[in-house]
Unconditional design. Structure first.
Length: 68
């Protein structure tokens, strides 16, 4: 039980729109993202009533367009 690095219990379900894991707050999404992908550049973003995390798209990181 103690082997997983992902904080369990923060995940609240699967998004019906994009099928990603849903978290209740931006903080929860960021926390899980950091534990799963240490050292990666991640962002938390809202989708419907919940939050997801994801890698920042290359064009956003280059400054070619603002993050949504
Ligand atoms: Zn979604």
């Amino acid at each position: 039980m103690a082997t997983s690095r992902a904080p369990k219990g923060l995940y609240v379900g699967t998004c019906p729109i994009c099928h990603k894991h849903q978290y209740r707050t931006r903080q929860d999404a960021r926390r899980v993202g950091r534990s799963l992908y240490p050292g990666h550049v991640l962002r938390a973003y809202r989708c419907g009533e919940y939050w997801h995390f994801g890698h920042i798209p290359q064009d956003v990181r280059r400054g070619e367009r603002p993050a949504p």
